[in-house]
Design a protein around this ligand. Structure first.
Ligand SMILES: C[S@@+](CC[C@H](N)C(=O)[O-])C[C@H]1O[C@@H](n2cnc3c(N)ncnc32)[C@H](O)[C@@H]1O
Length: 317
């Protein structure tokens, strides 16, 4: 499917083209050309199971070359691109996790600390849960929640494989989580279900499915999940809202709904990564100026998949 460097004609709906052209302005052409390219393969090294140098040496012996990802010191691009890293002993032992480079960003922005109490509201299959667990050096507690039983299976097996002893798995509709736990979490990650245009480099499916009704439907769910995540924070606690898509209704508009409830958007830095500021206006709707502190990670900026990431503080009332 990725043999040419172009998206097959017919996959780009006129409504998509019109909206995304408006969103990206003169970057639209470059954006599209990166959507049509395969992503670079990357992994995360599990610092809790071995020294970084030893794991790199183990992979090098098997012919893999690793190049450090600037924004996460345990993240590496690997070459050759050949499939098969998932069949290595290093993978089976949980020394590494295959994870796309931009997907490592939300935990970096969340910046969890050992000993904290963390909620990962939509956690399956667990890329970010396991990364957060390693960043916490397996100390403290992560409640890793998801609504989907089949995806919870994948989450459990990844948590087990990576050895994350500080993860408790929960299956609940995230919209009800506040009622179950109350305002107790130091930090919350909401890596929300979305229309996934940022993953088009992996599969055309998201482009085939995309339409404005879908975006608006998902936005309603995202707003409810975001409010539940925000409520579950301790006063003063920090939350990351992320998606792997670019539609403003799924990103800035969701974060704006938290600002409307008194949330504060916090400035955040992503080391070594180029991002674009979040939108402060869309289709004539003016948003809070602080939305500019949020990050739009377009594929052409760092040769990654796409993400949107916002850091939010719960303002004590
Ligand atoms: C983008 S994926 C999460 C990926 C995950 N954070 C990771 O890094 O591996 C979104 C997840 O939201 C879950 N989800 C959808 N609706 C939900 C709901 N109402 N409550 C909780 N989880 C939900 C989906 O099952 C899916 O696993």
């Amino acid at each position: 499917m990725f043999s040419s460097n172009e998206i097959p004609s017919g996959l780009l709906k006129p409504s998509f083209e019109e909206k995304y052209r408006k969103m990206l302005g003169n970057e639209y052409g470059e954006f599209l050309s990166f959507l049509a390219k395969r992503t670079r393969k990357s992994i995360r090294i599990n610092k809790m199971k071995g020294k970084k140098e030893d794991i790199i040496a183990l992979l090098s012996e098997d012919g893999w070359n690793l190049k450090e990802i600037p924004w996460y010191s345990y993240g590496f691009w690997i070459e050759p691109q050949a499939e098969g890293i998932g069949n290595t002993i290093a993978h089976k032992l949980g020394l590494i996790y295959v994870q796309e480079a931009a997907s490592m960003v939300p935990p970096v922005v969340l910046d969890p600390k050992p000993g904290e109490f963390i909620l990962d509201l939509a956690a399956a299959p667990g890329s970010k849960t396991t990364q957060i667990s390693e960043m916490m050096e397996w100390r403290g507690v992560i409640v890793a929640n998801d609504v989907s039983p089949s995806r919870i299976n994948a989450l459990s097996s990844n948590v087990q494989r990576m050895g994350c002893i500080n993860v408790v798995i929960s299956r609940a509709d995230g919209r009800r989580i506040y009622r179950m736990y109350g305002e107790i979490f130091d930090r919350v990650l909401l890596d929300a279900p979305c229309s996934s245009i940022g993953q088009v480099r992996r599969s055309w499916e998201a482009l085939k499915r995309w339409n404005q009704n879908l975006v608006e439907r998902i936005s309603v769910l995202q707003k409810s999940l975001a409010i539940a995540a925000y409520k579950a924070l301790k006063p003063g606690g920090l939350m990351v809202y992320s998606t792997c898509t670019f539609d403003p209704e799924e990103n800035e508009f969701v974060v704006q709904s938290l600002v409307d409830k008194g949330a504060e958007i916090v400035k955040s830095k992503i080391p070594g990564m180029r991002t674009r500021e979040g939108l402060v206006e869309w289709n004539g709707v003016k948003l809070d100026d602080s939305l500019a502190y949020t990050h739009r990670i377009y594929p052409h900026l760092n040769d990654t998949e796409g993400f949107y990431v916002a850091l939010i503080r719960k303002v004590p009332v």
